[in-house]
Ligand binder design. Structure first.
Ligand code: GLN
Length: 533
């Protein structure tokens, strides 16, 4: 029998940045632990078709999916919490839905009708949601933006329309500020946002309150009175580590309340493994420092997945990880020397990046890590720069470079991929998504992964220039993993070094709380060893 899918919308009031994404996936996680299947959808009410062209300083990291979709970084949390592998269909933007409808109009699918926001865009959104929900118990939809924004109106209208025909539960997330002077939790902004929601015909089933300290009973009473919900349906989402949110919400029986609102069975659930992951994050017995070079050091959101991959790995070892950001342009401009910049660190990560800024400083850092046996993990650009460093300093190829930075270099160790040469637009045109690699037997990466066949996600235009491989290998560099046709170098490592590994891929994108990524486990373990000595 076909499943009757139920729909949960998570909307946001008062202001952005309250953690709607975390609320969405925490609810999803709790429903999963009750034995239900959950499909998430993130709606971003901007005109970009996807996040691929967006600046990480302004918008945080671009997350890449197996199918090559370049999506909002919230999808990273979706995958991490729900342990799913999502597709580009799980992220809908205004641009995407308009393009979808306009393409249909051009094909003549609307048979001469006037095509309008209501009903054509709003029906398009509902169809999108329903097609995601096929064979699933729940679709859980996070409506980006804040109620009252012009941009989110068509999506909220779609939610309202859907609720007239299907089983829909609306969760509204609001901010409850505390007035420091009197220490009182204030509900007025929340009341206004629930009213704004009411004006477009939507009544929330549950109100979730972001607040500093747990929500007080009298605040709950007040909200219930003014916002048309039962006191029991006002839930506290107070400040905590993101991974604690499912635990906080479980204590307040949020899944039971949703299931009740949707006339579904409550099966009981178990969050024990997750709880011990969270406990190990908090109850640590050691501390290491990992340096991270980067261009976007001003915004830590640009490296969310790496930070989370480190969290997953550190929980296994019950260790704190202090991430020290290194602005490598300071090294280039001689404001600080590399030795001082990397003093007292236990490991180094050189993450992905684009363009030339700071690359020379990053190469200096890699050299320092190689020569001083500091554990090193290079990701994408970090892999490419590790090749360049080796070419320059071990193979003595003066001026070796990537053509991304120096088009006329004598030694293009890293060069644009053949297939990329003919491309002249920027959106969704890189080598994207999951690609397989074969690991060489007996290498460190093979040991870490515990297999010779792996698949990792990619986002790049440049690659190792195969002309230079014989020389690099002769001088001792080991390319420990390649594409199955052996044509593209995917992993490298150094012998006689406690941990020096780099990959053309972005392994951080696949790390999960309960299944940390082997390369991050390897790095953290090596860094702990170094810290001991
Ligand atoms: N800029 C490099 C390339 O395009 C590396 C990309 C990355 O680090 N994601 O190949």
């Amino acid at each position: 029998m076909e499943k009757k899918t139920k729909y949960i919308f998570v909307t946001g009031g008062v202001m952005s940045g309250l953690g709607k994404g975390i609320l969405t996936v925490s609810v999803g996680k709790l429903l999963q632990t009750q034995g239900y299947t959950v499909e998430p959808l993130k709606i971003d009410p901007y005109l970009n078709i996807d996040a691929g062209t967006m600046n990480p300083i302004e918008h945080g990291e671009v997350f890449v999916l197996d199918d090559g979709g370049e999506v909002d970084m919230d999808l990273g949390n979706y995958e991490r919490f729900l342990n799913l592998s999502l597709s580009r269909k799980n992220n809908l933007t205004t641009g995407k839905i308009y393009k979808h409808v306009i393409d249909k109009e051009r094909r003549g699918d609307y048979l001469g009708k006037t095509v309008q926001i209501i009903p054509h865009i709003t029906c398009g959104v509902q169809d999108w949601i329903k097609s995601l929900g096929k064979d699933k118990d729940f679709v859980i939809i996070e409506v980006g933006g804040t109620v009252g924004d012009i941009e989110s109106i068509p999506f909220l209208e779609a939610a309202r329309e859907l609720s007239t025909r299907e089983d829909v539960c609306i969760i509204h997330l609001v901010l409850i500020p505390t007035l420091d002077a009197v220490g009182e939790q204030k509900t007025k902004p929340a009341q206004h946002s629930v009213r704004a929601l009411g004006e477009i015909g939507i009544r929330p089933n549950l109100i979730v309150c972001r607040c500093k300290r747990p929500l007080e009973d009298r605040t709950k009473r007040k909200l219930a009175l003014f916002c048309n919900v039962k006191e029991d349906d006002v839930i506290s989402d107070h400040d905590a580590n993101i991974y604690e949110v499912p635990i906080i919400l479980k204590e307040q029986k949020i899944a039971e309340k949703i299931l009740k609102a949707l006339n579904m069975k409550h099966n009981g659930s178990d969050l024990e493994e997750w709880k011990s992951f969270v406990n190990n994050l908090k109850n640590t017995d050691k501390k290491i420092t990992i340096a991270m070079t980067g261009k976007y050091t001003e915004l830590h959101d640009s490296y969310v997945s790496i930070n989370e991959a480190l969290n997953h790995a550190r929980s296994r070892f019950k260790t704190e990880v202090d991430v020290k950001f290194i602005e490598t342009t300071d090294i280039e401009e001689n404001k600080i020397d590399v030795k001082t910049a990397l003093k007292d660190i236990d490991g180094l990560i050189v993450p992905g990046g684009f363009g030339s800024r700071g690359t020379e400083g990053k190469i200096e850092c890699i050299r320092h890590a190689r020569e001083n046996k500091i554990p090193f993990l290079g990701l994408c650009l970090g892999f490419q720069l590790a090749c360049i460093e080796y070419a320059r300093n071990v193979c003595k190829l003066d001026g070796a470079a990537t053509t991304e930075v120096d088009k006329n270099t004598k030694h293009p160790i890293i060069d644009i991929m053949e297939e990329q040469k003919k491309i002249d637009t920027k959106g969704a045109t890189m080598r994207l998504g999951a690609w397989p690699a074969i690991l060489k037997k007996g290498t460190i990466v093979e040991k870490l992964y515990g297999t010779t066949e792996v698949s990792e996600r990619h986002r790049h235009r440049y690659e190792v220039n195969n002309k230079y491989i014989p020389l690099l290998e002769r001088e001792g560099l080991i390319f420990s993993g390649t594409s199955p046709d052996n044509n593209l170098m995917e992993f490298l490592e150094q012998p006689n070094h406690p941990f020096f590994i780099a990959t053309q891929a972005h392994p951080e994108l696949k790390s999960k709380p309960l299944t940390p990524h082997p390369l991050f486990l390897g790095l953290v373990e090596a860094a702990i060893e170094r810290n001991k000595s």
